[in-house]
Design a protein around this ligand. Structure first.
Ligand code: FAD
Length: 424
């Protein structure tokens, strides 16, 4: 490695799927030094967050310390902190602690959930993007059963034993399927007063079908599967209000003490710091080489980037898109340093998959459709493969085997002091 003054300084903001892959690809390359900044000290495997919320896995099993992932790269410095401003012209970012100058900037801050302007719903219906949110959902779900057990009136118990999930995308479907498994299998026989089998799991979707990104056949099969394991699915209904009493569809209230939001996402607000065009949802519009026209030394990748596919449609917010963009950005930075033209990003679509419950999933790749156990095994394999760290792969696999054999969920902990806070 060249000395500090002659090395190109690459600053990467965000150690999610996109940022961590750029860093790994540039790690230990001569003539480059990297600073990676993240507001958390860990890289989170978001696709398995719902298993933390549903008490199947513990947070540490789906998160790895950024320092340990990047420990072997001598040219990478890791900073814990949040970017609070960017000066794209003078080439520096600001954190709570200091200014960091860059030669190239990679912005990869991902997305958070969106309540479509109704942020007051968040307190009644938490979304699931972070470990804190997932453990809060776990607390609410487990607490609801505990409170129901202590109530005398069946009507009151019913409110606590009704769980509503808003949004029928992959996360909403995974949550609904897991809630059914908890209620009808895991907790069965564990309570004396209530019968967890009386639990209602209701999934509300505004569109005509759940899992709308899949073909109609697979989406209908997923609906059948989810109904078979006990969920009620309401389609074509938009939520009008959420409160401590439940969810309103028009004038009708569905009473429920636990509501989970899985309906919308919005890109990180850090894109606004660049003062360049954003799309209608707030993603930064980038060139096909993933950098910004006005500031070619700034790359924006992953969920917060608007990059078009070969059909001129924006690429979806998926882990494989972020991973491939991260790797591509590293290659383009090396090309820029060597005064070569940047290459356009071409997404290699590896297909999509969603799980519904034990032994039930759907997957689609290049027109090949799979469902049932084969799709479910493929889902397990892919998730273990992409999970970072041997320890995590090993423990998650063990948990899944145990859970498959017993329906057990090993992380059923109510950890907040004020454990009754979803009661009246
Ligand atoms: C519940 C859930 C389930 C999902 N399931 C799937 C799935 O099954 N398959 C699939 O392909 N995709 C799935 N996704 C989507 C996938 O996780 C995202 O597409 C992917 O994480 C995007 O990667 P990213 O690097 O752009 O952002 P992220 O992985 O979100 O990483 C962003 C990073 O930036 C950091 N950060 C944010 N703001 C700042 C700031 N101001 N300063 C410093 N650091 C900051 C964050 O801490 C984070 O580490 C799921 C997402 C969620 C939430």
């Amino acid at each position: 490695m060249k000395n500090k003054s002659t090395s190109a300084h690459i600053v990467i903001v965000g150690a999610g799927f996109a940022g961590i892959n750029t860093a790994k690809k540039l790690g230990n390359l001569a003539g480059i030094r990297i600073t990676i900044l993240d507001k958390n000290n860990y890289h989170l495997f978001q696709p398995l967050l719902y298993q933390v919320a549903m008490a199947g896995l513990s947070p540490a099993e789906i998160a790895s310390p950024i320092r340990s992932i990047l420990a072997k790269y001598d040219n990478i410095e890791i900073n814990l902190g949040e970017v609070i401003a960017i000066n794209p012209e003078e080439k520096f970012i600001e954190t709570e602690f200091k200014k960091i100058s860059f030669d190239y900037l990679v912005l990869a801050c991902g997305a958070s959930h969106s309540y479509f302007g109704r942020n007051e719903w968040e307190q009644f219906a938490p979304g699931m993007k972070t470990i804190e949110q997932a453990t809060e959902i776990r607390r609410r779900v487990l607490t609801a059963f505990e409170i129901a057990e202590q109530l005398d009136s069946e009507k009151d118990q019913e409110k606590y034993l009704t769980f509503i999930v808003v949004g029928g995308g992959p996360t909403g479907v995974e949550l609904s399927g897991s809630l059914c498994e908890i209620a009808y299998h895991t907790l069965n026989n564990e309570f004396k007063k209530i019968d967890p089998k009386k639990t209602k799991v209701i999934l509300i979707e505004a569109g005509q079908r759940i899992l709308a990104s899949f073909s109609e056949t697979l989406s209908n099969k997923a609906k059948e599967d989810l109904e078979q394991i006990g969920a009620t699915i309401i389609l074509n209904k938009r939520v009008d209000k959420i409160s401590a009493d439940g969810v309103w569809l028009g004038e009708t209230l569905i009473p429920a003490k636990t509501v989970i939001w899985a309906a919308g996402v919005q890109p990180s607000k850090t894109g606004k710091y660049l003062n360049t065009p954003l799309d209608s949802v707030g993603r930064v519009i980038v060139e096909d080489s993933l950098n910004i026209k006005k500031y070619p030394y700034i790359f924006v990748i992953g969920d917060q980037s608007h990059c078009k596919d070969k059909f001129n449609k924006p690429l979806p917010g998926l882990a494989p898109v972020a991973i491939q963009q991260g790797i591509h950005t590293a290659k383009n930075i090396c090309r820029a340093l060597n005064k070569k033209d940047l290459l356009p990003f071409i997404y290699f679509d590896k297909g999509t998959m969603a799980t519904i419950g034990k032994g039930r999933a759907i997957s689609e790749y290049s027109g090949i459709k799979m469902r049932g156990k084969i799709a479910w095994l493929a889902w397990l394999f892919v998730h273990i493969l992409y999970l970072i760290g041997f320890r995590n792969k090993f423990f998650v696999l063990c948990q899944w085997i145990w859970s498959y054999l017993t329906f057990g969920r090993g992380a059923r902990l109510i950890t907040k002091q004020d454990w009754r806070s979803n009661s009246d």
